[in-house]
Design a protein around this ligand. Sequence first.
Ligand code: WTA
Length: 650
Amino acid sequence: MSDTPVAENRLFEPTADFASKAHVPSLEAYKELHARSLADPEKFWGEIASELTWLKPWDKVLDESEAPFYKWFTGGQTNITLNCIDRHIQAGNGDRVAIYWEGEPGDSKVLTYQDVHDEVCRFANTLKKLGLDKGDSIAIYLPMIPELAIATLACARIGAVHSVIFAGFSAESIKDRVLDASSKAVITADGTYRRGKELLLKNIVDEGVADCPCIEKVLVVQRHPEKEPFAHDWKEGRDFWYHEAAEGVDSVCEAEPMDAEDMLFLLYTSGSTGKPKGIMHTTGGYMVYTYLTSKLTFDLKPESDVYWCTADVGWITGHSYIVYGPMQNGVTQVMYEGAPNWPGEDRFWEIVEKYKVTIFYTAPTAIRAFMKWGDQHVTKHDLSSLRLLGTVGEPINPEAWMWYHKLIGSEKCPIVDTWWQTETGGHMLTPIPGAIATKPGSATVPFPGIDAAVLDEEGNECERGILAIRKPWPSMLRGIYGDPERYKSTYWCKWGGKYYFPGDGAIKDEHDYFWITGRVDDVVNVSGHRIGTAELESVFVEHPSVAESAVIGVPHEIKGQGLVAFVITRTGAEGDEDTWRKELTAMVDKKIGKFARPEKIVFSNDLPKTRSGKIMRRLLRDIAEDRPLGNVTTLADPSVVDSLKAKYKG
Ligand code: WTA
């Protein structure tokens, strides 16, 4: 991307009209809230938690005795689904639409909160009927159909730990996750659509769990109950159609009382090693934090808003800002199954117009794609219902921000650029619309309760450095499943273990606004999806002709970042570059998923290494971005660089 954030100094104040109706109506109100939240976090979070339903009050809001294994609301009991569903029905809002669902081929469904209650309870009772229970781990591999939200909530209802696997992941990725979590069941669908093409999900699951002895049941939702199912295989005794298993099952299911620190879900994400991490989130703190962030960041008005987050529930954004946060606020939302450009490049705007969406939350990569597809797809639709826009997942370049502001927001909608992570559970840095003026490309200021700073390696505040979170917050990860040491060494490795280290670089400007500069570890953010370079490297070295590889992230016009692989083949390896390239790409598809395919694979006889044998990735990035090379004096063999440069260009 051409423009750099720090050079950006445009400031967009919230309109008086927006501010006057907002939950947090002014900068002063934000400052007061933020100061109060940090001065006495236990009081602040205790008050917020009191707005929700609990089955038993907590004894202590924050327990720091085993830091960095923090605990929140200890002694308290609740079930998050009581706040997502029952509370709204009790308040007389059972008739409010919870989900307007739009299928890619044009089918649609409307579910009220009462419908969601009945469906979740039926699903929950069906899980019980199949022998699943509190504490069991259940994998969910579903497309963006209502059953994805329903199955997720049904697990929470009975106290089972869900592990949602994004339906773009390959069979091998399913296997890794299912084995790591020891999942007892998988919930999937026969199929779904992507750009009009059928995807046979059940068959991918079959392949994924073939060697997973922990899996006892596979529960299959039929995508089109009224038609023939998609092509599929079947294993008697293990596989069940959901609609058959649910026959005659009751639509009332008592919510299982859960301790605040009982695990709610696992969600796998990439780190800097080859093995994805199972991020653990628990019940109470996650519930409170996603409730408040949804309410304030999106200024939710459940009586009138129609909210649409375009993420997939397979990622943390869908967990926190499709399922749990918005539903705890009782808002009406849109859920869409398919691609943004199917059947036309205006599909999103057609949906905004159809449902009169008021709040729209998407990823910068999508915005850049819309820009490329052309304004005509936007301007032919009436988007006047929109009042607030949001972005998530990666830094947004000011050019894309301005396009979003003008074309989609008609220059009147605030844009909330929300910085956060799978690990943080909810928004950490974000403008609070109505209170915080925005700058294109900046995630602006910390959310109430968040003590964020830009630090140098020694822990001193500085202008350009590493982002740190200096106090625990309710929805922080509770660890990495099965690996407490990795939790400590990944997130608490800096600053004497006192502060949380998210792995992002940041700048703090003269207005104390934060600008995220990207990852400082070996994680690449491709279209908002985190991919560890080590994950790809470990795929490549399984190829018999490959001796070694180094993968780096490079700027990409649409995806934000793309992956480039440098591969050293074995001396005397059989085959040619074209064949290897095809084979390696197929291996990525198979072992991770198509979304992790590299943009470019460069074959070479050598890589730039230090005399001690360490690959100098910085030089590889310089080569890929055609920059003058940095210091090469430490290279064992400086001539490698020239030949790589030529190879890269060729
Ligand atoms: C990046 C997605 C800049 C960041 C919610 C972070 C962002 C990683 C932003 C987490 C943003 C996310 N501006 N960068 N608004 N939001 N990131 O776990 O590098 O999929 O560490 O969570 O995405 O990705 P994850």
